[in-house]
Design a protein around this ligand. Structure first.
Ligand code: MOS
Length: 724
C-alpha cells in the first residue's frame, strides 16, 4: 500500500487557462491514427456502389463478371446481404433512421443510394471492381425540386412541436405601425469534415469490434446492436481520433456495410467513403424557405412575430431542419406563431449540421429584425434590447441566465458601433462600398446522462475513462483540465481516455452538449474519489476506481430556458461593379457559461464565425433537377471560405456564471455560426442599400438583386438558378 498523497496542496486551477491540445504533437507528427489508418492483419476492403438513378428499383446486379476480377472476394447487395432489424426505438426515441439500413430492398430512394458493396483484397481492387459493376434499374420519375409553397409540405415535430401559436396574428399585424413581411432562403449545405467517414469491422472472440470515426462510440454500439440483433455488450466501437464531425458522424451506411461484410467473410473489412460519396451518404443541411412577418409599434416593440420554415427530407426518413425554433427563444410578441414544415423529395436524407435549425433560422429572423430596425428608424441593437423577453416566449419558463444585452454592449464597445451612421450606401473606399451589421445568437445549453470512471493510482496519477469523442474540438484537453481541478492536481497527473464504448454510455459530441455532459460525469466521479481517498488508508496496486452516472442529477434539474447567447458584428466591402463581397472584419461576443480552455474555445468560436462567412457568401450545393445528383460534389465545386476570405476576426466572451448551475459550462460548439451569416447580410445591406434575402450572396445576386422582391417571387435555391 502506498500512502495517499493526492489532494494537497491545491495547485493553481487549470480551468480557464490556455492549454495546448494533449494530442497536438501526435496529430502534427502523424502519430495520431484516424479510423482508416489503424493497421489490421488480414484486412479486406469494401467499396460502396451508389445508384446512378434518382428513383426506381434495382432490376439486376451483374455480379458474376466482377467476382472474376482480381482480388474480389464478394459482392453484397439486396439479394444476399444479412437481414437487419429496423423495428426498434433508437437513440432519440424514434424509429431508426433507415438511411443506414442498406441492401434490404430493391428500392432506390435517391441518386447516390448504396446498392452494393464490393469487397476485395486491396482497396484499389475493390474500387476497380465497384466501378465495373453493372446495375440495371427500372427508373421512375423523380422530384428533387425544393421550392416554397410545395404542395406536399406538411408540419413535422422534431425535438419540439412543429407548430406553436399564441395570440391573434392578423389582428396584431393590423394594429402594428410597422410591418416586415419577407421570404428568406438558404441553400443545401454540406458538412464534409476533413477526415472522411471510415469504419473497420471484425469479429474477435465472439465480439464485434469496430474502429470508426464517429461522434459517440456508445451511440454507434446501440444502433449496430439493434440493427444486427446483438447484445450491446458484445459490440465494441472505438474512435480515438476524429477529424471533424459537425453532425455528420453518426451511424451511416458504411459502418453497416463493413459489419455485414465482416460477418459474411469472417475477416476484418474496412469501408471508407470518398469525398464524392460523402455528398450523398454523410447527410447535409436541407435548403430552407422561410417567411418571417414582424409587426411592431413605432417604438419597435413587437406585437406580432411569425416565423415559418420549410425544409426538405428524403422519402426514407423524416428529418426536419427546425429553423423556426430560433424565434421561440429570442423574441416575444402579443401574437407569436412559429411552424416547421417539410416536404419529402427524392433526395438523400438530411441530418444535423452544426447549429441545426439555429443557423438558417437565425439568418432569416435576424435579417428580418434588421429590416424592422430600418423601418422603425431604430438602431438594430436598441431594437433588440427593447424586445428582451422576461421569460421563454413560448415555454413561459424562466431563463437560466440571459446575457444577450451584455454581449451587445461589450461587442458594440469593442467593434466601435457607437459612431455608426445607420443610413445605407454612404461609405466608400475606392471601388468598395462599406457597411457594418449585427445580429444576435443563441443556442441551447443542454446536458444528457453520462457515465465516467476515475481511477487513483498508487504513484499519484489518475486515469479518467469516458466514452467521449474529440472531433477536433479539444474535448480531451478540456476534460483533462476539468478532471485536474476536480482532483486538485496538476493536469500532468491526469490521463484522460476517450473514444471507447467499453467505458460505458455517455453523451455524444453533439448538440453543444458534449463538454457540459461529460464534465458533469467526470467531476462527480472525481469528487467521490477524493472523498473515498480522504477516508481511506491507501491505494492498492490496481488503484481505486469510482464510477459516476449523472442520470439522476440531470433529471433533477429544474426546467428552465438554458441557452448560450452572443452578439455578432461584421464589416463588409462590396464592389457593385463585379458583385464581389469581402468581409473585412468580424467580432463576436458570447455568454456561454464557464470557458474551460480559452485556447480551444476561441478556436471553436472563430470556426463557427468563419462558417458564417462561408454560409453568407460561398456555400451552396447545386442539385441537378434532371439527374437528381449534385453538380460539383467535391470541395472544389462546393465553395467554402478559405484563408483569403477570412479577415481579422475576434471572439470574446463575458462572465456568464450561474451559481445555481451544477456544471457552469454551457457549450460552444455551435453558437459561433448562429447569427453570423445574418450579421454579414445586414452589413451588405448597410453597404449597398440592397437586401439580399437568399444565401449565398453570390456576385451575380449582388449584380442583379434589387432587394424589393415580395414573398413567393423568388426562384428557390434548388438548382442554383439566379433569382427571378
Ligand atoms: Mo452537431 S450538428 O450537434 O454534431
Amino acid at each position: 500500500m502506498t500512502a495517499v498523497t493526492t489532494g494537497t496542496p491545491t495547485p493553481t486551477p487549470s480551468v480557464g487557462r490556455a492549454h495546448t491540445r494533449i494530442e497536438g504533437r501526435d496529430k502534427v507528427t502523424g502519430a495520431a491514427r484516424y479510423a482508416a489508418e489503424v493497421p489490421f492483419d488480414g484486412l479486406a476492403h469494401g467499396w460502396l456502389v451508389l445508384s446512378t438513378v434518382a428513383r426506381g428499383r434495382i432490376r439486376a446486379v451483374d455480379a458474376e463478371p466482377v467476382l472474376a476480377m482480381p482480388g474480389v472476394l464478394a459482392v453484397l447487395d439486396h439479394r444476399n446481404a444479412p437481414r437487419l432489424d429496423t423495428d426498434y426505438i433508437g437513440l432519440l426515441g424514434t424509429r431508426p433512421d433507415p438511411t443506414c439500413a442498406v441492401f434490404q430492398h430493391d428500392r432506390v430512394p435517391h441518386r447516390g443510394w448504396p446498392v452494393a458493396l464490393v469487397v476485395a483484397e486491396t482497396s484499389e481492387q475493390a474500387r476497380e471492381a465497384a466501378e465495373a459493376l453493372v446495375v440495371h434499374y427500372e427508373q421512375e420519375p423523380h422530384d428533387v425540386g425544393f421550392r416554397s409553397g410545395h404542395p406536399d409540405a406538411y408540419a413535422l415535430d422534431s425535438h419540439g412541436p412543429a407548430v406553436t401559436e399564441k395570440g391573434d396574428l392578423a389582428a396584431q399585424l393590423a394594429a402594428s405601425a410597422v410591418v416586415v413581411d419577407a421570404e428568406y432562403t438558404t441553400p443545401e449545405e454540406h458538412h464534409n469534415p476533413m477526415e472522411p467517414h471510415a469504419a473497420t469491422a471484425r469479429w474477435e472472440g465472439g465480439r464485434l469490434e469496430v474502429i470508426d470515426s464517429n461522434q459517440g462510440a456508445t451511440w454507434v454500439v446501440g444502433e449496430l446492436a439493434n440493427l444486427f440483433s446483438l447484445d450491446p455488450a458484445s459490440v465494441r466501437v472505438r474512435s480515438e481520433h476524429v477529424g471533424g464531425g459537425f453532425g455528420s458522424k453518426g451511424v451511416r451506411a458504411h459502418q453497416v456495410a463493413a459489419v455485414m461484410a465482416a460477418t459474411v467473410l469472417q475477416r476484418p473489412v474496412r469501408v471508407v467513403l470518398t469525398r464524392r460519396q460523402m455528398f450523398s451518404l454523410a447527410g447535409y443541411r436541407s435548403p430552407t424557405a422561410q417567411r418571417v412577418r414582424l409587426g411592431a409599434d413605432a417604438d419597435g416593440r413587437l406585437r406580432a412575430l411569425e416565423h415559418g420554415s420549410l425544409s426538405l427530407t428524403s422519402t426514407v426518413h423524416e428529418f426536419v431542419e427546425s429553423s423556426a425554433g430560433a424565434a421561440r427563444v429570442m423574441y416575444d410578441a402579443d401574437a407569436h406563431h412559429t411552424a416547421n414544415r417539410v416536404v419529402r423529395l427524392d433526395v438523400p436524407t438530411p441530418t444535423w449540421m452544426r447549429a441545426p435549425g439555429e443557423a438558417p433560422g437565425s439568418f432569416a429572423l435576424e435579417a428580418a429584425l434588421d429590416e424592422l430596425a430600418e423601418k422603425c428608424g431604430l438602431d438594430p441593437i436598441e431594437l433588440r434590447l427593447r424586445n428582451e423577453p422576461a421569460k421563454g416566449p413560448v415555454s413561459g419558463l424562466p431563463f437560466a441566465g440571459r446575457n444577450l444585452p451584455a454581449c451587445f454592449r461589450e461587442g458594440a464597445r469593442r467593434f466601435g458601433w457607437a459612431d455608426r451612421d445607420p443610413r445605407p450606401g454612404l461609405r466608400r473606399d475606392g471601388r468598395w462600398l462599406l457597411g457594418t451589421g449585427t445580429a444576435a445568437a443563441s443556442f441551447p445549453a443542454g446536458a444528457a446522462p453520462s457515465t465516467a470512471t476515475v481511477t487513483a493510482h498508487p504513484d499519484g496519477g489518475f486515469t479518467v475513462r469516458i466514452s467521449a469523442a474529440d472531433i477536433g474540438t479539444g474535448a480531451r484537453t478540456a476534460l483533462t483540465l476539468l478532471a485536474a481541478d476536480a482532483l486538485r492536481v496538476a493536469p500532468e497527473r491526469v490521463r484522460v481516455l476517450i473514444g471507447d464504448s467499453d467505458f460505458g454510455p455517455a453523451m455524444i459530441a453533439g448538440g453543444s452538449m458534449g463538454t457540459r455532459s461529460w464534465a458533469w460525469a467526470v467531476t462527480a466521479a472525481a469528487a467521490e474519489l477524493l472523498d473515498r481517498l480522504a477516508h481511506g488508508t491507501g491505494i492498492p496496486p490496481e488503484g481505486i476506481t469510482v464510477r459516476s452516472d449523472t442520470a439522476a442529477a440531470i433529471g433533477a434539474l429544474p426546467p428552465a430556458e438554458r441557452h448560450s447567447f452572443g452578439a455578432q458584428f461584421a464589416e463588409v466591402a462590396v464592389d457593385t461593379a463585379t458583385g464581389e463581397v469581402r468581409v473585412r472584419r468580424m467580432l463576436g461576443v458570447f455568454a456561454a457559461g464557464r470557458i474551460v480552455n480559452p485556447l480551444t474555445a476561441r478556436n471553436q468560436l472563430l470556426g463557427g464565425m468563419i462558417w458564417g462567412i462561408s454560409m453568407a457568401l460561398h456555400e451552396e450545393a447545386v442539385r441537378d433537377r434532371a439527374s437528381g445528383g449534385h453538380v460539383g460534389a467535391d470541395l472544389a465545386g462546393y465553395h467554402v471560405a478559405t484563408h483569403a476570405d477570412v479577415p481579422h476576426i475576434e471572439a470574446h466572451w463575458i462572465e456568464d456564471h450561474d451559481p445555481r448551475d451544477p456544471v457552469g459550462i454551457k457549450g460552444i460548439g455551435e453558437i459561433g455560426v448562429v447569427g453570423a451569416a445574418a450579421a454579414v447580410a445586414n452589413a451588405v445591406w448597410h453597404a449597398t442599400g440592397v437586401r439580399h434575402r437568399s444565401l449565398p450572396i453570390r456576385p451575380d445576386r449582388v449584380l442583379t438583386d434589387t432587394g424589393g422582391a415580395r414573398p413567393g417571387t423568388r426562384t428557390p435555391p434548388d438548382g442554383g438558378a439566379p433569382d427571378a
